[in-house]
Design a protein around this ligand. Structure first.
Ligand SMILES: O=C(COP(=O)(O)O)[C@H](O)[C@H](O)COP(=O)(O)O
Length: 323
């Protein structure tokens, strides 16, 4: 890691890498706070050194996990105004932007929750995959509206994020049935909605989320259960408007099988992709803080929010044309 990066920021980067900090929204929040820490603690001698230090910090944070677009979106938001000519001015800009970002993230999740809750009826049962704070915000809002909701929770191998979901739902007073991933199709007969989050949403309406989401969506479509994706606009991937694809993270095979078992099996090749892509035709609605969208129309919202594209959060701004 770059020497200029503060030890607290390095710790955050390591925690994102090892998934103590995980989930797209939580990663974005932690990254914005880390940039704030770097700005507050910086002893850069001048504005140019400060800008270079913050960009190096953004790069370090960005290198942790490749798929959740909320991470570069957060870094870009916090570093969007680096025009001041003094260190104090720049420090203030970064602190203000980080605070604003974290407040907006929280508000967006609450607003999205209201939209998602309107799709859930009293007495509905949902099926979840992985752990998504955006998805849980919908359930929380529905419960606050006085609706009785029940949940079938997939454990989500290999890291069992379904256990976190089960715990949070229990805290909300939602009765939970925990199942192994391969039992999903069997229990789809009993559910009214599949409710998942997203790490990224592409311009064509594809949803990138925890591995297993696409198979679940295909089975749900076959069974006639609507698939709802809770994804605040922070999850929209601007690069996909200009033809970029989303990088799917491959994680350590030790998450799947330990070394001794692997040797006993004759050391087969093991693959551990963390995410997959669900095509838009298997998604009924993408629920955001700006309302719900059929996946095919999400590009309109993306154009409105991002224009025609964005540069990387650490890129030097393009030189302004002289008048
Ligand atoms: O796929 C995951 C988490 O994967 P991992 O555990 O590998 O980070 C979540 O569904 C999304 O990140 C959305 O979460 P949120 O709605 O909280 O942003």
């Amino acid at each position: 890691m770059d020497d200029r990066v503060h030890s607290e920021v390095r710790r955050t980067a390591t925690e994102i890498d090892t998934m103590e900090i995980r989930g797209a929204a939580t990663i974005a929040d932690a990254a914005a706070r880390a940039l704030r820490t770097q700005a507050t603690e910086s002893d850069a001698a001048d504005a140019e050194a400060f800008r270079a230090e913050l960009r190096a910090t953004a790069r370090t944070l960005h290198e942790t996990r490749p798929t959740a677009v909320s991470l570069p979106n957060a870094l870009r938001y916090v570093l969007r105004d680096m025009s001041s000519t003094t260190v104090e001015g720049l420090r203030q800009n970064v602190v203000d932007s980080a605070d604003e970002f974290c407040a907006r993230l929280e508000r967006a999740q609450a607003d999205l929750g209201q939209v998602g809750a309107n799709r859930l009826r009293d007495g509905d049962t949902i099926m979840t995959h992985c752990h998504s704070t955006d998805a849980l915000a919908c359930v929380e809002a529905a419960v606050e509206q006085g609706k009785h909701i029940e949940a079938v929770v997939k454990e989500t191998r290999p890291r069992n994020q379904g256990h976190i979901t089960a715990k949070r739902l229990h805290e909300l007073g939602v009765p939970v049935t925990l199942i192994v991933d391969s039992a999903a199709r069997r229990y789809l007969n009993d559910v009214d909605h599949v409710l998942v989050g997203a790490d990224a949403v592409a311009a064509d309406g594809s949803v990138i989320n925890k591995i297993g989401t696409s198979g679940l969506a295909v089975n749900a479509r076959e069974r006639g259960s609507p698939i709802m994706v809770a994804a605040q606009t922070l999850k929209l991937h601007p690069g996909t408007m200009t033809g970029h694809t989303v990088d799917i993270e491959m994680r350590d095979t030790a998450e799947v099988v330990d070394d001794d078992t692997l040797a006993d099996l004759g050391t087969p090749t093991v693959k551990n992709p963390a995410f997959d892509v669900t095509p838009p035709r298997y998604v009924d609605a993408i629920v955001t803080e700006r309302g719900q969208f059929p996946p095919e129309s999400i590009v309109i919202l993306m154009r409105e929010l991002f224009g025609e594209g964005t540069s990387e959060p650490w890129a030097e701004p393009s030189p302004r044309a002289e008048p």
